[in-house]
Design a protein around this ligand. Structure first.
Ligand code: MZP
Length: 502
């Protein structure tokens, strides 16, 4: 037998030691853009994410609503594959067909009004609205206000926000940090149309604002909505029925595929990737996994995987380590694989993004995962808590919960995920059926999480994920220090506090 040196550790056993933060290190300046698919040195990845989050390939996590909500925030869902190919393809199609764009027409708004005038007069400026001005800056004249889909009138006191709007900024960001209005001169202003498209974090059109001299007869604004980019969505596949499943998923518009398996260092994955690339070429992207060491990474990278997922046994609903005795502490596995990814890049000039899959419990675990080298994360429990997960919200002993079950549970019966070429059935359970505390809307949850991640990055002096990976300084902590990290030696007034910040 080979014995790996040292113990394997998980996220909670690490902390980041702050580095120097310059005055530019503020959360608003942080970019979370990250590659999703492999690329050669000097080239750009075919697909990137604007936030490093993907939702798990699970029945209890990734359906249509999750796909749309997460893409709106700049991440990506992987629709679960433990359903018929037709049903999965229909879900993919419904995310791709979703249209949120609209054309503003509010006759009470007069171009030329100042924002303050408008605010006082009528418009409520909650977190989902965006005033658009003629110079692209907050002190310009108001052209109109774009509201996003979840806008609810009278949510905020508009008067409070007037001052904020009056401050000139490089970017006009109103409430929603992901809605970024590019400056008027930044190409986006089409002088022929005199119309200003406003896009969200996935470059998805939220609306179009017209200049006062816009001539509706010249161009049909709705045409701009067909030209609009569609939401990106991924789809889970298995190593059994890919020859029939993949064509349907691609027809439905899936942007990227991912082999969903508890253990990815296998000939089955090699065959699946070869078939996909052999049939469709390298332009059809497929992720693979899961692996937990450098050897597994190198095998899948050589097979042509577009990204590689890391993690065995660390998922919140996973009992693989208990039932089969396989796995590795998630942090150690990730560090090992990311080192292998960097060596592979140096040696072959090919960068294969790494996804840390499972075991993220606290928001700070995401900062740690990125600092340890992950390009993005895959999260199950985290997303299962939100309105947009496909499961029921139930009241358990007075507290709202969402149902969340593993793909290896009897409830999901995703035997293909654990298949080793034997009988086509789930022979024993590797996952549990559970509840997770309900956490409201995805948008609010993701915003709050990412604000924390950005703040941590600033503490490390990093404005991008690659910079964090280069500058991060990590330390293992003793079990006594872990106790010191939480509230200790005080009597908490609110007993719910211990779960409310998760
Ligand atoms: P978590 O975010 O809930 O901690 O973990 C989600 C991950 O657990 C999934 O992305 C998948 O890799 C893994 N998973 C899903 N089902 C099971 C199971 O039933 C499982 N054992 O381990």
């Amino acid at each position: 037998a080979t014995f790996f040196p040292g113990e394997s550790h998980t996220f909670s056993e690490y902390l980041l030691v702050p580095g120097y933060s310059s005055q530019e290190c503020v959360p608003d300046n942080v970019s979370l853009k990250t590659p999703l698919t492999r690329f050669r040195a000097g080239e750009q990845p075919a697909i990137s994410l604007n936030i490093p989050m993907t939702s798990a390939i699970m029945q209890s996590v990734s359906g249509e609503s999750m796909g749309i909500a997460l893409a709106t925030e700049g991440g990506m869902s992987f629709i679960y594959g433990s359903q018929s190919s037709e049903d999965e393809a229909a879900m993919v199609k419904s995310v791709k067909d979703h249209k949120a764009g609209f054309v503003i027409s509010d006759s009470t708004l007069t171009p030329g009004m100042t924002l303050a005038e408008v605010m006082q007069l009528k418009m409520r400026t909650g977190h989902s609205t965006m005033p658009v001005t003629d110079d692209g800056l907050a002190h310009g004249k108001l052209l109109g206000i774009v509201t996003s889909r979840d806008y609810r009138p009278s949510r905020d006191d508009p008067a409070k926000r007037v001052e904020e709007f009056m401050t000139p900024r490089e970017k006009l960001i109103v409430g929603d940090e992901h809605i970024t209005l590019k400056r008027a001169n930044d190409v986006i202003w089409d002088s022929k149309l005199n119309a200003l498209p406003v896009v969200d974090a996935s470059d998805y059109l939220l609306g179009i604002v017209f200049r006062k001299d816009y001539d509706a007869h010249k161009t049909n604004p709705n045409e701009l909505l067909d030209a609009n980019k569609r939401y990106m969505v991924g789809a889970g596949i298995n190593t059994r029925d890919y020859e029939t499943r993949v064509p349907l998923l691609l027809d439905a518009g899936a942007d990227v595929l991912c082999i969903d398996s508890s253990e990815g260092y296998s000939e089955w994955q090699k065959r699946t990737i070869s078939w996909i690339h052999g049939t469709y070429g390298e332009d059809v992207h497929v992720g693979a996994g899961n692996v937990v060491d450098a050897e597994g990474f190198r095998f899948l990278a050589d097979c042509g995987a577009d990204f590689i997922k890391v993690g065995i046994g660390g998922g919140s609903i996973c009992i693989t380590r208990e039932t089969k005795g396989i796995g590795r502490g998630q942090a150690t596995a990730l560090i090992d694989v990311c080192r292998a990814r960097d060596e592979y890049f140096k040696e072959k000039g090919v960068y294969v993004p790494v996804c840390s899959d499972g075991g993220i419990v606290y928001d700070y675990h995401m900062s740690l995962a990125l600092a340890m080298g992950a390009d993005f994360m895959m999260l199950g429990r985290y997303f299962a808590r939100f309105d947009e997960s496909p499961t029921a919200r139930v009241n358990v002993n007075g507290q709202y919960m969402k149902e969340y079950w593993g793909e290896g549970s009897v409830r999901a019966r995703n035997w293909q995920r654990y298949d080793l070429g034997g009988a086509a059935k789930l022979s024993f359970e590797e996952g549990v059926d559970s509840y997770v505390p309900y956490a409201g809307s995805l948008k609010a949850g993701v915003e709050s999480t990412l604000y924390k991640v950005k703040s941590t990055m600033c503490n490390c002096g990093a404005l991008t994920i690659p910079e964090l990976q280069q500058k991060a300084r990590l330390t293992l902590v003793s079990s006594t220090s872990i106790i010191e990290g939480g509230a200790h030696d005080v009597v908490l007034k609110d007993h719910n506090q211990s779960i409310s910040y998760r």
